[in-house]
Structures are given as structure tokens and as C-alpha cells.
Design a protein around this ligand. Structure first.
Ligand code: CMP
Length: 484
């Protein structure tokens, strides 16, 4: 957990204050010791050993306090600076605590031996067998946890930030810390689970390290009538550019079983951040749904066909009419007659894309254009390796015309902002329309010129050049479509 700057400053001030007070108290005590000794001498009538013992108690306390503060300071320097800089991660709390305990015990014994020269501290502990038994029994569990904790640290099977599955109840979550007593895990329901070190040491622990490319499996089923080769291609391409799917290893799509009524598939993919596997599994399933639907592949599920008799009083609006309606709202198609719009609508193919999916990739070859039927997309160009949005297109806007009309590679990428349905118009359908409406080529060439200028907006010269170039654009479009 990150400690805030102001709390760090407060702790430093408290530390300095305590050190100064302890050192001053010690100084004052040594100064007034002869006076105190004289006073006690007068009251206790010549028992120097008892006086010494009494006067040594504050000394022992003050020196121990200074030793404690010194150990804290050494701990901070060693672990917060040296260890973190050299190893690149924070030292485990358990290691820090063991270090402090050992250092303080050594200092305390040294101070004690120096102040009470006639008392043998070692003998005091070693001869007290009963004391040992009591401590041993009382601390049985604690010591078990403590030593298991030490062995966990020595082995380093996992680190803070790794995902682990531990215990018979299969507790799963991100490791937040390892203390004297337990491993602290934050589950994916945002609960904290403490698994005692001694229990963890007895159980198998599944570790998914943060620095490792961990894989997941997601399952789905298709009908036997669908081609396996096509399903593999479609599902793999749908998954590979989803968020958090590692681009370093291409996902694998394979048949895991030929089931009773379906082909059962598994997708194996690798994650960048394993802690987000629930979201990523869900996104992968969503991508597969959209991709299968676009490609005409079908999920297998028990189906029943019901034929309902409907009393139709008015003629229902057909899908074709809806599409023709949409196309009539596209500005460049406004000169087309109702019949031509209907013809064009018949020739279009509808596709649905999930939010975040790429419809067109810059640099690809493409011989069709698209009209946004529902939803929104953004047009992106790469700038210093990062995508920059140059336009947002909504219902009735079109894109992909540059590739279709010039035969050149796609000039930009187009990505769905929300669930988006587009209508694809291919080369053949467009050629038919252009033959009866040659003016369309001119209005489209203007849009292309404007968009090219906007793409070159970074440089004035390039923008000017692309507007001038638009004069030649119309003739090259006509040539490309074989028009006179
Ligand atoms: P195309 O080059 O075939 O593929 C990418 C498409 O993005 C491109 O056609 C245009 O339709 C569209 N596009 C490029 N630049 C812009 C822009 N400035 N404004 C709107 N759309 C654009």
C-alpha cells in the first residue's frame, strides 16, 4: 500500500522528535546521576548495590529506546532504499520484521550486559526450562506460521501482485502481502482472504505470476454444418486484437470434442494482465459472438421452430425498404431514384460490430465502402505509434470510399465506438450505379479530396497538394470503374 507523502513526513518528524527527546533525557540523566546517587545514599543508608540497580533501570530504558529508534532507521535505509533500488521491488514485511527483531535483541543484550555487568542474561534464559516450555506451548501455532512464512519467503514461489489459487476451498485472488501469520489475498469479489502460512505450506498452491504470459481457455459450440477451417479462422481473428489478449502469442482455436449435437470448441489465449481474466474471458466470448454472426456461422443450441399465424392488416416494412431508406439519407446518394436505391439496397450486405472492434485496418487492401446503419465509428490514423482520431461517423455517414474508388490501400483505420451495424457496398454494385449516374463520381471525388486534405492537416503543403490532386482524382475514378 502506498504511504502518502504527508504521512511519510509526519513519521520522519515523529522519529526525529523521539530521538532528540531520548538523547536529551539520557544526557540530563548522566548529568544529574551524582546528585541522585547522593540523595539515594542519604535515604537508603549505605546500600550501593541497590542504588546502582535502581539508577540502572532508567539507563536501560533510555538506551533501549535509542537502540529501537536506531534499528527502525537502519531498517528504513536498508529496505526502503538499498533493497528497493537494487532488487526493484519492496522487501516482504516478514523479512523486515525478522531483521528488526534480531537486530534489536542483539543490541538489547549488549546494552543489558554493559549496564548490569554482574547479571548473566544467557544463563537466565538457558536455565529456565519451565519458561521455555510455557513459551513453546503458547506460541506453537504462531511459531508454526512464522517458520512457514520464512520458508515461503525463502522459496519465493509467488510475489505481491501475482494471482494464486490456494487451499481446499480454492481461494483465488491477487496476493496483497505475506505477514508473520498469513498470506493476504484480495479475491475478485473484492474480499480479503487470509490463509495461514502453516495451512498454505501444506497445500498445493497454483501460481499465475504477474510477469508470466498466463493462458486461459474459453469454450463455445457450433453446428456440424459449419466448416471447421472457417470457424478456426473467424474465431482466432476475432479474439487476437481484443483488449488484454497478448499479441505475443496468437490465440489457438481447436476442436475439443465432437459432441452429440454440436462441434465443441476451445479457444486458448494468453493474457497481458491475468488479474483481469474474468473481463477478458467475457470480451472474448462477445467477440466470438459478433464474428460468428458476421460470417454466417451458427452457435449450437437446442432449437424448436414455431410457426405463428399473423393477421396482417397493413403491409409490413421490409428490411430492404429500411435499407433503401437509410441509403436515401446518405448525401452522395441523394440523386438516385427510388428504384436505383432499392437496387443498391438489395446489393448491400449488413454486418454488426462490437464496441472496440476494427472494421477497417489502415494499409489493408479493400474494394468496398460502408454506410453506418446504426451506431458510431471513429476514423483513426497512427501518429507516433499511437492512434489519433480524425473523425467520428454516425448513422447515414459513409467510409471506405477511398479504397473502393481509387483502388489504393486503406488510408485510416475505422473502429466501432459502440455496437455498430454497417451496410457494405461492393465494387460491382457501385459500378452499376455509376454507369447510370456519372455525377455521383464527381460528388464522391470531392468528399475524397476533402478527407485527404483533412488527413494531411498536419502539414499545410500536403493539404494544398491533396486539394490540387483532386482535379486528377475524378478522371482516375472514372478510369478505375471503366467509365467514359
Ligand atoms: P479508406 O481509405 O478506404 O479507408 C479508411 C477510411 O476512413 C477512408 O477510406 C475514409 O472513408 C475514412 N476517412 C479517412 N479520413 C477521413 C476524414 N478526415 N474524415 C472522415 N473519414 C475519413
Amino acid at each position: 500500500m502506498a504511504v502518502s507523502r504527508s504521512s511519510k513526513r509526519n513519521r520522519l518528524l515523529a522519529f526525529i522528535f523521539a530521538t532528540v527527546v531520548a538523547a536529551l533525557a539520557l544526557y540530563v540523566f548522566y548529568k544529574i546521576e551524582p546528585t541522585l546517587r547522593g540523595y539515594l545514599n542519604a535515604r537508603m543508608s549505605s546500600r550501593p548495590a541497590a542504588e546502582d540497580n535502581l539508577l540502572n533501570i532508567p539507563k536501560l530504558i533510555l538506551w533501549s529506546l535509542l537502540a529501537f529508534l536506531g534499528v527502525r532507521a537502519l531498517n528504513t535505509v536498508l529496505f526502503d532504499f538499498v533493497f528497493r533500488i537494487r532488487r526493484g521491488f519492496e522487501a516482504p514485511t516478514l523479512v523486515r520484521n525478522v531483521f528488526s527483531l534480531v537486530a534489536f535483541t542483539i543490541l538489547f543484550v549488549l546494552i543489558f550486559n554493559r549496564i548490569y555487568t554482574e547479571v548473566n542474561l544467557g544463563a537466565l534464559f538457558t536455565t529456565s526450562a519451565i519458561f521455555g516450555v510455557i513459551i513453546g506451548l503458547a506460541l506453537q501455532d504462531t511459531l508454526g506460521n512464522f517458520f512457514s512464512g520464512i520458508s515461503l519467503h525463502a522459496d519465493r514461489p509467488f510475489q505481491v501482485g501475482d494471482v494464486i489459487v490456494v487451499g481446499q476451498q480454492k481461494h483465488t485472488g491477487v496476493v496483497e502481502g505475506i505477514t508473520w501469520r498469513a498470506i493476504k489475498i484480495r479475491t475478485f469479489q473484492n474480499h480479503v482472504v487470509l490463509v495461514s502460512n502453516s495451512n498454505a505450506a501444506k497445500e498445493a498452491i497454483e501460481v499465475c505470476p504477474r510477469e508470466n504470459l498466463n493462458a486461459r481457455l474459453v469454450f463455445f459450440s457450433t453446428l456440424y454444418t459449419d466448416s471447421p477451417a472457417k470457424t478456426i479462422h473467424v474465431a482466432r481473428e476475432a479474439v487476437r486484437d481484443a483488449d488484454n489478449v497478448s499479441p505475443k502469442i496468437t490465440p489457438i482455436v481447436r476442436i475439443r470434442n465432437l459432441g452429440e449435437s454440436s462441434i465443441e470448441w476451445e479457444i486458448k489465449y494468453w493474457l497481458e494482465d491475468y488479474a483481469k481474466y474474468n473481463d477478458t474471458d467475457a470480451l472474448v466470448r462477445q467477440r466470438v459472438w459478433y464474428a460468428l454472426r458476421r460470417s454466417g456461422l451458427t452457435f449450437a443450441f437446442p432449437t424448436r421452430t414455431l410457426h405463428l399465424e399473423r393477421k396482417v392488416t397493413t403491409r409490413p416494412i421490409t428490411l430492404e425498404e429500411q435499407i433503401a431508406d437509410r441509403l436515401s439519407a446518405v448525401d452522395v446518394f441523394s440523386p438516385l431514384s427510388t428504384e436505383e436505391l432499392r437496387q443498391l439496397a438489395t446489393a448491400t450486405v449488413g454486418h454488426v460490430f462490437a464496441p472496440g472492434e476494427t472494421l477497417i485496418r489502415a494499409g489493408d487492401k479493400g474494394s468496398s465502402m460502408f454506410v453506418v446503419h446504426n451506431g458510431r465509428v471513429e476514423v483513426q490514423v497512427a501518429e507516433n505509434g499511437r492512434p489519433r482520431t480524425v473523425a467520428v461517423l454516425t448513422e447515414g455517414n459513409f467510409f471506405g470510399e477511398m479504397g473502393l474508388f481509387t483502388g489504393e490501400p486503406r488510408t485510416a483505420s475505422v473502429v466501432a465506438i459502440e455496437e455498430t451495424e454497417v451496410l457494405e457496398i461492393g465494387h460491382a454494385a457501385m459500378k452499376q450505379i455509376l454507369e447510370t449516374n456519372p455525377d455521383l463520381a464527381e460528388s464522391i471525388s470531392w468528399t475524397i479530396a476533402e478527407r485527404k486534405a483533412s488527413l494531411a492537416a498536419g502539414s499545410q503543403q500536403a493539404a494544398q497538394a491533396s486539394i490540387e490532386e483532386s482535379a486528377g482524382l475524378l478522371s482516375s475514378i472514372k478510369r478505375f470503374f471503366g467509365l467514359r
